[in-house]
Design a protein around this ligand. Structure first.
Ligand code: URA
Ligand code: SF4
Length: 216
């Protein structure tokens, strides 16, 4: 049978997070690995109850090798704090693990990943979410929502709504217990003219996620 395009053949079966991270470092499942510095996998523990899924690493993440460490990451930290969530207790990852950009003489300009990149990279997301099996997966922005909630999903209309993961996940391997929810991307707050309101909206959605957790 022909090999499915994408990351699948690099994903070790039955692996834990450390083995997945190590294998992802060598992934050539799409062309994005060529220009990027390194694979940016995830931070957080397999025991995390909340998973946060961003779009793709940005410039800072590409250099440092960890998700959400640049300006969007700082904003995310503040929003999590305000929502009563501890980032150290969250599993933080991205829908696409390599930075997609156009190089200009001055800087590397972010380019939104396309459907082909989301599909190529989804086996990593499937594998890591299967290991972590969090109580709630929060998609940060339209790209993560597109990957996990499907192309029809609209963040503007459907943000902050809890969906059972079992009915929404496009990939049967992702069908597990718990909730799936989307909100805006933290960088949308950085770009918004009404920054305070936009930040408050992000926090409101994260509070919905926090309140969905079974009291421990
Ligand atoms: N934006 C993302 O979506 N992910 C990161 O890791 C950083 C910025
Ligand atoms: Fe592999 Fe994903 Fe990187 Fe593409 S973006 S090379 S599928 S890790």
């Amino acid at each position: 049978m022909a090999q499915r395009p994408g990351a699948q053949k690099w994903v070790p079966t039955g692996a834990g997070l450390d083995a997945l991270r190590e294998a992802a470092a060598g992934c050539e499942g799409c062309e994005l690995h060529v220009a990027a510095t390194q694979t940016v996998f995830s931070t957080g523990s397999a025991l995390a109850r909340v998973a946060l899924v961003g779009e793709q690493p940005g410039d800072a993440e590409d250099r440092q090798g960890a998700p959400f460490v640049g300006p969007a990451g700082q904003l995310l930290n503040r929003a999590l704090d305000a929502a009563g969530l501890d980032r150290a207790d969250c599993y933080v990852t991205n829908a696409v693990k390599h930075f997609r950009f156009t190089a200009t003489p001055k800087r590397r300009l972010h380019q939104t990943p396309e459907l082909v990149h989301l599909q190529a990279c989804r086996p990593w997301l499937t594998a890591e979410l299967a290991v972590v099996d969090p109580e709630i997966v929060v998609c940060l922005g339209a790209t993560a929502a597109r990957s996990l909630l499907g192309p029809e999903f609209r963040v503007t209309r459907q943000r902050g709504i809890l969906f059972p993961r079992a009915t929404q996940a496009p990939d049967p391997a992702m069908v597990q217990s718990g909730w799936l929810m989307a909100t805006i991307h933290p960088s949308a707050v950085l770009r918004a003219p009404d920054r305070d309101d936009t930040f408050a909206g992000l926090v409101r959605d994260l509070v919905v996620a926090a309140e969905a957790l079974v009291p421990s």
